[in-house]
Design a protein around this ligand. Structure first.
Ligand SMILES: [Fe+2]
Length: 231
């Protein structure tokens, strides 16, 4: 019988960086016994963003609550799917629908975390830094990248704007993401994320999305964004 300790399992699944809390475990196969990962994600605290210019406390608190819902639902969907697997119910339509739902909940959790984490900055971009240099390389000038990012954010519809880095080539590309669970480029790493769902700005700006984008740009934590870059 082969057993894998929790730490080894987390290393194998790449979940070591997440905030997790342990719960019960079970074995999936009688011939290969391992500790199955059933650990819960916990919502992170972004209260330090309260007071950020251009973002009211009401808007931010509503947004934090919405994010916490994604964390709760990610755990819930993972729990139910694990139980259904254990119970041999993988052929049911409920299993398929929850599998589809998982991308929505998980990405809703992770994208909000990346979004909040790339806010709260007090200084502009370091123009001699690696991120600005790579943006200039890719777009010809920093202004050209910014114009494209803002224009993507101004598109009609709700979604996300994500500056992604292609892990294979290192290229930087601004993507429009319609929903959490679709349109994400495979093998790319999110560097800078802007939420343009209406809940991200309507409380403060109504339909004036351009004003929200302006406020977003004033509060980007460029250090956090640059730290995500792979050389
Ligand atoms: Fe949001």
């Amino acid at each position: 019988m082969k057993s894998i300790k929790r730490r080894e399992f987390l290393a194998l699944t790449g979940l070591t960086g997440a905030a997790l809390v342990g719960r019960a475990a079970f074995s999936a196969r009688p011939d290969i016994r391992m500790e199955v990962n059933t650990m819960a994600y916990t919502a992170k605290d972004y209260a330090k963003l309260i007071g950020m210019p251009g973002f009211s406390e009401t808007l931010l608190k509503n947004h934090f609550t919405l994010y916490q819902g994604y964390v709760t639902n990610t755990n819930k969907v993972l729990d139910i799917l694990a139980q259904m697997l254990k119970d041999g119910k993988t052929g049911l339509p409920e299993y398929a629908e929850l599998k589809r739902r998982l991308g929505w909940e998980f990405n809703g959790m992770r994208l909000h975390e990346r979004y909040f984490e790339n806010l709260g900055g007090k200084a502009g971009p370091e123009m001699n830094g690696k991120l600005a240099k790579k943006l200039v390389e890719e777009f010809g000038s920093f202004e050209s990248w910014e114009k494209d990012f803002r224009a993507t954010g101004a598109m009609r519809g709700i979604g996300w704007v994500v500056l992604y880095q292609d892990a294979e080539t290192g290229r930087l590309i601004n993507f429009w993401i319609n929903e959490h669970d679709v349109s994400h480029p495979a093998g790319c790493n999110p560097i800078l994320i802007m939420d343009v769902f209406e809940h991200a700005y309507m409380i403060d700006y109504g339909l004036k999305r351009a004003d929200y984008i302006e406020a977003f740009f004033k509060n980007i934590d460029w250090t956090a964004a640059a730290a995500r870059l792979k050389s």
